[in-house]
Ligand binder design. Structure first.
Ligand code: B12
Length: 210
């Protein structure tokens, strides 16, 4: 079994005690950190999602897989950045109200920070009011990023986007993403950009802020 496969299996089966060692070994072997993230950990989370859909695993298994992935990402974090000093401006990010998923949001925050932004992370279950308050506090914000993982919280994203568009500060660009989000939905809610993954989100943020 390759190291990447071992990492994927550890995430899938929630072996949080093994993950740090495996990721460190993979890095020492010179494996690209992005490959470890995409082909090892993110791929494993997709498998967990598919198994959940087929009722082969349940919420506790998803939770331990998520915790294992988080631990692995902590080891990868310093290796994912390009070391550039934050200078592209501020980005406010959060997972929309009603939604508690934060792994994808955290990865997007990490990649956007690595691209040179100063990221203000509002966490999960963030209401329109909380986004508006953060924007009011940081009127020079360049990018506001909304993450949404549930089809049931897509209306929440739509409401937040509308509230932000109607807010006092209008100078920022709005980007949206998350597994159920599409370019079509992003256009519908009036977002300035959409990306299917974290690397694309960073490229998008850079493009929109320049
Ligand atoms: C882990 C997980 C959980 C964990 C979350 C832990 C955590 N701290 O995040 C727990 C166990 C808490 C959980 C709970 C639930 N979950 Co859940 N969960 C998942 C799972 C397996 C993985 C999600 C994940 O982390 N993926 C990995 C990351 C890296 O991918 P990602 O989030 O998609 O993010 C990437 C992109 O989408 C994008 N992106 C994300 N955000 C943004 C933002 C911007 C601006 C941009 C540009 C891009 C972007 O970039 C990211 C990185 O590349 C998914 C299945 C899946 N494959 O998605 C189900 C899934 C999302 N969950 C699901 C469900 C149903 C639930 C529950 C309702 C279950 C229940 N009965 O309680 C609850 C809801 C709780 C709530 N209110 O939020 C369903 C949703 C179905 C649907 N149609 O909406 C899924 C799809 C599983 C399934 N196949 O049925 N879950």
């Amino acid at each position: 079994m390759s190291k990447i496969q071992e990492i994927a299996q550890a995430v899938e089966t929630g072996k949080s005690k093994l993950i740090e060692g495996l990721v460190t070994e993979a890095l020492n072997e010179g494996i690209d950190p992005l490959k470890i993230l995409n082909e090892g950990m993110i791929a494993a989370m997709s498998v967990v999602g598919e198994k959940f859909q087929k009722a082969e695993v349940f919420v506790p298994e998803m939770l331990v897989a998520a915790r294992t992935m988080k631990k692995g990402v902590e080891i990868l974090k310093p290796k994912l950045g390009d070391g550039s000093v934050a200078s592209l401006g501020k980005c406010i990010i959060g997972t929309v109200h009603g939604d508690l998923h934060d792994i994808g949001k955290n990865l997007v925050a990490l990649m956007i920070e690595s691209a040179g932004f100063n990221v203000i992370d509002l966490g999960v279950d963030v209401t329109a009011e909380a986004f508006l308050a953060a924007i009011k506090e940081n009127p020079d914000v360049k990018i506001v990023a909304l993450s949404c993982l549930l089809t049931t919280t897509m209306p929440s994203l739509k409401e937040i986007a509308a509230a932000l568009k109607a807010g006092e500060v209008k100078s920022f660009k709005l980007i949206v993403g998350g597994a159920p989000i599409t370019q079509e939905f992003a256009d519908q809610v009036g977002a300035d950009g959409y990306s299917a993954d974290a690397a694309g989100a960073a490229i998008l943020a850079k493009k929109l802020a320049s």
